[in-house]
Design a protein around this ligand. Sequence first.
Ligand code: NAD
Ligand code: TDX
Length: 339
Amino acid sequence: MNVLVTGGAGFIGSNLIHFLLSQKPEWNLINVDSLTYAGNLENLSSCDDNPRYSFELADITDTVRIHEVFDKHHPDFILHLAAESHVDRSVLDPLVFVRTNVLGTQVLLDEMRKTVPGSRFLHVSTDEVYGSLGAEGYFTEETPIAPNSPYSSSKAGSDMLVRAAFITHGLDTVITRCSNNYGPYQFPEKLIPLMLNNAWAGKPLPVYGDGRNVRDWIYVDDHCSALLAVLENGRSGEVYNIGGNNEWANIDIVKLILRQAEASEDLIQFVTDRPGHDHRYAIDATKIEKGLGWQPRHSFEEALPLTIKWYGDNIEWTRRIVSGAYRDYYEQQYGQRLG
Ligand code: NAD
Ligand code: TDX
């Protein structure tokens, strides 16, 4: 089986490649990534000598390059994770989100139809497409799409294009919508690694608004096992929500991190709120749990300390991102400079 993963050098993509290489010994994994600021090939350095892993430097909006990659590897499965993923960046510069998340998804769907029409396309989307919840209720797969940020709107746009490819062209597509992930290799602009690194450095921890916004956190390996379940057994044309059943207000997570990092709560700094900040996300994952027998295996109590330990043991990984040294890895490995 040839399995093409877009965005494999990012946070979830690299965890997914490690996960699939260990879980599916007969699969070849092809990582297609353009290495934006969020792509870090060092996440996959331990796979470099694995004959079942290969890397293709390619922008998913580049039709010529994407054709070359599909023509070379003829994937049986396409796991589409490549995206601009950070909400704050989408507030400042929406266009690149539309380009990669909307246009890039259509380029992949068109190429699939042309080259490998019998393959399966798993589109990795997000709970943010449903918009924001009040204190009560949960997102189900029937919740109307109502995105609020340029990021979530571009993801919603891509979801609609995937749906259209299924209905109009009969392509075998499935969509997943997962809640907030945490774990190793998360880019240090996101809440948990950012707060952890600031706590260790004795820097202020910027909490948006009153810190009462709620997210439903899932350990990244549990997201990966859910993606595998949907890829192998999900019904064509369907959407599957994925969640950790683990809601936390941001301020409580920040306090927990400070305690575990043995740093003072005096570092907490309430700052101007994110524009359009969604109040609460919470997932009803009954469909994947009942339909595909999937369950999250990691509790927050066990996996957050493990995650914190990982960042502590791998402080050099973060330092190389902050200094920009991580960008040199591609040239060292593949002999070409990144553009
Ligand atoms: P990330 O930002 O860490 O990684 C994104 C990857 O995509 C990077 O390696 C980047 O280089 C690559 N990429 C970006 N633009 C590209 C392009 N034009 N062509 C090729 N590659 C490109 O993101 P992540 O947090 O790992 O998220 C992965 C996917 O999962 C995204 O689609 C995101 O919407 C979705 N998701 C993320 C979360 C979360 O909590 N992080 C939750 C639900 C869904
Ligand atoms: O400095 C900060 N201070 C703060 O209070 C940052 C970076 C975040 N926050 C808040 C905003 C959110 O309520 O923490 C919460 C989590 O923020 P992010 O880590 O930026 O994640 P979020 O915006 O919830 O989106 C994430 O989960 C869903 C991913 O980045 C998305 O790609 C995914 O789709």
